[in-house]
Every structure is written in structure tokens, then in C-alpha cells.
Design a protein around this ligand. Structure first.
Ligand code: UD1
Length: 389
């Protein structure tokens, strides 16, 4: 395609963000779409799934995301309520703006809700970060992934193993394109701007000297419902973290779900220690700075497994499975589940000089969003010309 202009009668790409892990994926996509030849017109729709300052506003600033064109303001709710409310509020957006396609990222409730609306209205849907599978249907994100991929029109993948997952589910290979990891685009383009960990910790009112002990420090995040929603699981996990804190200090960025459950179950004493720095959810640049200098990261997040692999920092994942196997096979990630001994052994191994070094996976090179832009422009324009014939 040689044309330098977007066809006048082809609508914008409606780009959806809803929750925190979507923002770092969408930022490089919007920039690449604007820089593409032809420039791809976009409209940014925020569903409002994450809404507060810590989970939302700070990340928009850090990632230089434009103000959303539309905010659906759905807020919190049960899965059914949240998904249904996004669908109900998103449908009129498509009626009014006649987009060329809907682009969704990741695996949150907003991803699936907007996919369902788009597909049922005959608007093509594009899914970025397709084909990841934990094979754990107890995870709400796994349901969102499987259903989104089944019905979306075009699927962009971050790692080669995703294609096999999609083929096993009967998805035609022509719908799938391996482009690499847009979240790593964000990481690479923001690395220089990352905040010093000492600054983050002292601004939160703690003594930054805690970071400079001989063992360094570990960064911790914990928010999966399976780890934090039951006292029987959360209490022992916090107990192990406290034991880990005797080996090296912990900097914990606490998700609102986890904070409220710690309060509800009366577990505050387990995390109250001068070796544990408890922070609210962090901005992107703070988190990047904290992780880059950490001795290790302990997490149950999806994104952090990939970010630590890109940074070369050992990661212990407190889950029994991962949808991101490349972080284990090639990266720095090790699965430790919620087992006390596995967690403590994992930490000891890293502290005694081991820990995985890993290597950077294919196409995690900072250019994934550009590959998506080039491919999607071609696909949309070709489709448009065919429809006009
Ligand atoms: C969601 C995503 C998950 C992602 C995570 C990152 C789904 C199914 N899950 O889970 O994949 O890893 O975001 O954070 O979409 N809350 C606030 N402020 C906010 C947003 C939420 O206080 O800005 C509170 C809510 O009231 C709720 C809790 O945090 O009680 C959980 O929020 P919710 O969006 O339901 O799911 P997450 O656990 O954040």
C-alpha cells in the first residue's frame, strides 16, 4: 500500500483501555498509529474500570497517554455487572462514531466486553496480546482471553507459543500475526525516565537507607483473587513474605483489593515491620525504577513476569501456572506458587548468587507497536477497498 493518506470514508480505530495493565500496552500503540504512513486515526475510549488516582491518573501522566475521548465511567462491580455495564455504555459509541475497527488489549473485563459489542455489531475487532493461556479456567482473565480470541477478527501475539494455543482452539492461522510485546515497547521507551527507588521510598515517608543493605531489596506485588480473597490463603502468604523480609527488606506496592482484604481479615500485624515498606499502587515510572534496581521481584501479576524478563531481574511468581511461558523458558521467571518452602528456597537461591539471567525474547525489541500499525493499516485499507467494489 503506497497511499500516504487514510481513506476519508474509513473511520477511526477505537482503542479501548479499562484497567491499569491496559495503559502501558496502549500508549506505544497510539504513538505508532500517529507516526504510521498513513497515520491511523484513533479514538481513545476508557471504560472507567480503574478510576482512582493511584490506579489510573498517575499512569496516564507517566505514559504520556492522551486524555480519553470518551470515558464510560463504569467503576467497580461484580464481574457480571462490570462486563454488562461496559457493554451497555459502549454500544452507542459504535453507533455514533462508525469506527473502522475496535482494538482491545490484554485480558481484563473491559477487553471482553468491548469485543462482544464490536463483533455483534459487525465492527471488526483486533486483539493485541492474543493467544496467552494459563489453562486455568478459574482465572477470570483466562475466560476473557479465550472468548476474546475466539471471536476477534485479527490477533496479534507476543510470543510464538501463542499460535499453538490458538490453533488448538480451532482459530484459523490467517487471523494470527506474531508481532512481539507492546508492553516492552513502553518499558524500553521509559527506562531512562524511571524514578530513583530511593526517591519513591522517601517520598512515601520511609527511610530510603533500607534499600542500601548488603542484600539489596525485593519488590512485591500481590492482587490475584485466588491469593488475596480468602483469609486461609492470604494469611499464610503474608506470613511467608514476613519471613522473606528477614532475609532482605521488601518494598510492597499494595493493590486496593489486597489492602482492603488485609484490613477486613485483620492481618495488618503481619505486614507491619520496619523491614517492610508498604506503598500504595505506584506510578509507572516509580514501579520501573523500583524493579530495575531490585535484587528480585515477588509477584502474582502477569505484566511483571514480562517486565522482569526484559529487565533481567529474577522474578518469583506466586502462582501455580502462567500464561506467559516464555518468561520461564527464556526469561528470569520461576513459578513458586503459594508454597512456603518453594518461596523461601527461591529467594535463598537468588540471594546466594543464583537466579536466572535469562535472555530477551524474540521481538521484545521496542518495535512491536510499529509492526502492528503497519500491518493493521494495510489490513483495514485492503478490507475497505474490497467492500467498496
Ligand atoms: C483487574 C483485572 C486484572 C488486572 C488488575 C490490575 C479483570 C478481570 N481483572 O483486577 O486482570 O491484573 O485489574 O490491577 O479485569 N479499585 C479501586 N480503585 C480503582 C480500581 C479498583 O479501589 O481504581 C478496587 C475496586 O473497588 C475493587 C478492587 O479494587 O474492589 C478490584 O478492582 P477490579 O477492577 O474489580 O479488579 P482487579 O482486581 O483490579
Amino acid at each position: 500500500m503506497n497511499s500516504q493518506l487514510w481513506p476519508v470514508d474509513l473511520g477511526p480505530v477505537v482503542c479501548i483501555v479499562g484497567a491499569r495493565p491496559n495503559f502501558m500496552k496502549m500508549a506505544p500503540i497510539l504513538r505508532a498509529f500517529a507516526a504510521n504512513h498513513p497515520a491511523i486515526p484513533t479514538m481513545l475510549v476508557h471504560t472507567g474500570q480503574h478510576y482512582d488516582k493511584d490506579m489510573n491518573d498517575r499512569l496516564f501522566v507517566d505514559l504520556r497517554l492522551p486524555h480519553p475521548d470518551i470515558n464510560l465511567e463504569v467503576g467497580s462491580g461484580t464481574h457480571a455487572v462490570q462486563t454488562a455495564e461496559v457493554m451497555r455504555r459502549f454500544e452507542p459509541v459504535l453507533d455514533t462514531h462508525k469506527p473502522s475497527c475496535v482494538l482491545v488489549v490484554g485480558d481484563v473485563n473491559s477487553t471482553l466486553a468491548c469485543t462482544l459489542v464490536g463483533v455483534k455489531k459487525g465492527v471488526p475487532v483486533v486483539h493485541v496480546e492474543a493467544g496467552l493461556r494459563s489453562y486455568d479456567r478459574g482465572m477470570p482473565e483466562e475466560i476473557n482471553r479465550v472468548l476474546t480470541d475466539q471471536i476477534a477478527d485479527l490477533l496479534y501475539t507476543t510470543e510464538r507459543s501463542a499460535l499453538g494455543n490458538l490453533l488448538r482452539e480451532g482459530i484459523a492461522e490467517e487471523r494470527v500475526r506474531f508481532v512481539g510485546n507492546v508492553m516492552i515497547d513502553s518499558l524500553l521507551s521509559n527506562r531512562e525516565a524511571a524514578h530513583a527507588p530511593e526517591k519513591t521510598v522517601s517520598e512515601a515517608g520511609f527511610d530510603a537507607a533500607i534499600l542500601s543493605g548488603s542484600q539489596g531489596y525485593a519488590v512485591v506485588t500481590l492482587h490475584r483473587p485466588s491469593n488475596v480473597d480468602q483469609v486461609e490463603t492470604l494469611s499464610p502468604l503474608l506470613g511467608v513474605l514476613r519471613e522473606v523480609s528477614e532475609k532482605l527488606p521488601l518494598v510492597v506496592a499494595l493493590h486496593p483489593r489486597t489492602r482492603s482484604n488485609i484490613e477486613k481479615f485483620g492481618l495488618g500485624q503481619l505486614v507491619s515491620s520496619e523491614r517492610i515498606v508498604l506503598l500504595p499502587p505506584q506510578g509507572y515510572l516509580e514501579m520501573l525504577g523500583l524493579m530495575s534496581k531490585a535484587r528480585l521481584v515477588l509477584t502474582d501479576s502477569g505484566g511483571l513476569q514480562e517486565e522482569t524478563t526484559a529487565l533481567g531481574i529474577p522474578c518469583l511468581t506466586m502462582r501455580d501456572n502462567t500464561e506467559r511461558p516464555i518468561t520461564i523458558d527464556q526469561g528470569t521467571n520461576t513459578m513458586v506458587g503459594s508454597d512456603r518452602m518453594a518461596i523461601l528456597d527461591g529467594v535463598d537461591e537468588i540471594l546466594s548468587g543464583g537466579g536466572k539471567c535469562g535472555r530477551i525474547p524474540e521481538y521484545w525489541d521496542g518495535h512491536a507497536a510499529e509492526r502492528i500499525a503497519a500491518d493493521l493499516a494495510q489490513w483495514l485499507i485492503a478490507r475497505h477497498l474490497k467492500e467498496k467494489k
